[in-house]
Design a protein around this ligand. Structure first.
Ligand code: NAD
Ligand code: UFG
Length: 352
């Protein structure tokens, strides 16, 4: 039996890549997205890559009535919940928007899931829930703390999921804590398309390389790291997408559900890191991108960015042990695929 999956936020950067991986793995996908940070063009390109349309519903996760209609119309095995706002700086300026969208929206989604007895969930969490880590690599038992409303919204949803699992053993809830997703689909047709000036390093570098931005500012060269710049665990978005397929496969094997599990059992609350386990410095990423793109990437050192930490990289052992998943793609491949997407679509989805 083909398992149907509701993908909230499926038109976005990580969601669109995951829709392709789900389709390739034999899942049937229904995308639910309000297009607040994405475009229909991304969905059209997903159709073009997989060679057939997938179901798309324009809707908001805070709109219980529309969600009910979707759950009434489809027998879902589970939900992958990407929908959320993700800009740290904006969350500081607009905390109510972030708590409303990310926390209230998740509660509404969970309530409707409960009504329809769909209790398998994969949730987009983030390494941001670890705050400034005491030890590296970061494993899933590391203490959690957040310093901005975006991170707090992710941590709050994690707490809600934990409480839900305690209250009712029929919930199967996997928050995936992503490290730093970068890269694009190897076709160059879909990728990250930030609004305005990018906040994150990889899209900033690629927009400098393509000539849209003049110069990269490197925030801090006095961190206690290999070269003084920040160190992060960059993970290719297609590896990340495969991590979601692996999580769903795990739910199929270990969770009970009326819509097509293989066994009866309970997963409860099971947080899992998705990272490579390797740290790369800002300067190393700039060098790798320069080599791949053969473009100059001018940069200057600037003051540290408020809230940034020196180093962050995952222990990826739990994902390997439980899900049989590990990241395969290298920093060079992350840069190659980002560059293909950026150079073929210098203005993102607006290019066409
Ligand atoms: P994205 O903005 O590209 O995708 C999110 C999608 O959710 C967008 O298509 C947006 O239109 C949709 N959306 C937002 N609010 C919605 C709502 N109320 N109802 C319906 N749809 C809504 O972001 P992304 O990079 O693909 O991230 C996906 C998820 O992963 C987010 O929850 C994000 O917080 C989380 N995450 C991202 C990163 C990262 O660096 N990209 C890191 C860790 C966690
Ligand atoms: N950086 C620069 N210049 C820039 C942008 C970033 O030097 O223009 C540096 C940062 O100071 C940091 C590194 O590049 O040292 C990575 O910064 P990003 O903004 O790309 O990523 P972060 O690690 O700060 O945060 C990202 C997401 C968060 C998520 C976190 C952990 O933006 O939402 O990864 O998953 F929570």
């Amino acid at each position: 039996m083909t398992k149907k999956i509701l993908v909230t936020g499926g038109a976005g950067y990580i969601g669109s890549h995951t829709c392709i991986a789900l389709h390739e793995a034999g899942y049937e996908v229904v995308v639910y997205d309000n297009l607040s940070n994405s475009s229909r063009e991304a969905i059209n390109r997903v159709f073009s890559i997989i060679g057939q349309p997938i179901s798309f519903i324009e809707g908001d996760i805070r709109d219980a009535e529309t969600l009910r209609q979707v759950f009434a119309a489809h027998a879902f095995f589970g939900v992958i919940h990407f929908a959320g706002l993700k800009a740290v700086g904006e969350s500081v300026a607009k905390p109510l928007l972030y708590y409303n969208n990310n926390v209230s929206g998740s509660i509404t989604l969970l309530e409707v899931m409960a009504e329809y007895d769909v209790k398998n969930l994969v949730f987009s969490s983030s390494a941001t829930v670890y705050g400034d880590p005491e030890t590296l690599p970061i494993d899933e038992t590391s203490p959690r703390s957040c310093t901005n409303p975006y991170g707090q919204s992710k941590l709050t949803v994690e707490h809600i999921l934990e409480d839900l699992a305690v209250s009712d053993a029929s919930w199967n809830l996997i928050p995936l804590r992503y490290f730093n997703p970068v890269g694009a689909h190897p076709s160059g047709q879909i990728g990250e398309d930030p609004n305005d000036i990018p906040n994150n390093l990889m899209p900033y570098i690629s927009q400098v390389a393509v000539g849209k931005l003049e110069k990269l500012s490197i925030f801090g060269n006095d961190y206690p790291t290999v070269d003084g710049t920040g160190v992060r665990d960059f993970i290719h978005v297609t590896d990340l997408a495969q991590g979601h397929v692996a999580a769903l496969n795990y739910l199929q094997q270990h969770a009970s559900s009326k819509n097509g599990s293989d066994t009866t059992g309970s997963v409860g609350f099971l947080p899992i890191n998705l990272g490579t386990g390797k740290g790369t410095s800002v300067l190393d990423l700039v060098a790798a991108f320069t080599k791949v793109s053969k473009q100059p990437i001018p940069y200057q050192f600037a003051a540290r960015r408020a809230g940034d930490i020196a180093s962050c990289y995952a222990s990826a052992d739990k994902a390997k042990e439980l899900l049989g998943w590990e990241a395969k793609l290298s920093i060079t491949e992350m840069c190659q695929d980002t560059w293909r997407w950026q150079s073929q679509n210098p203005n993102g989805y607006d290019s066409h």
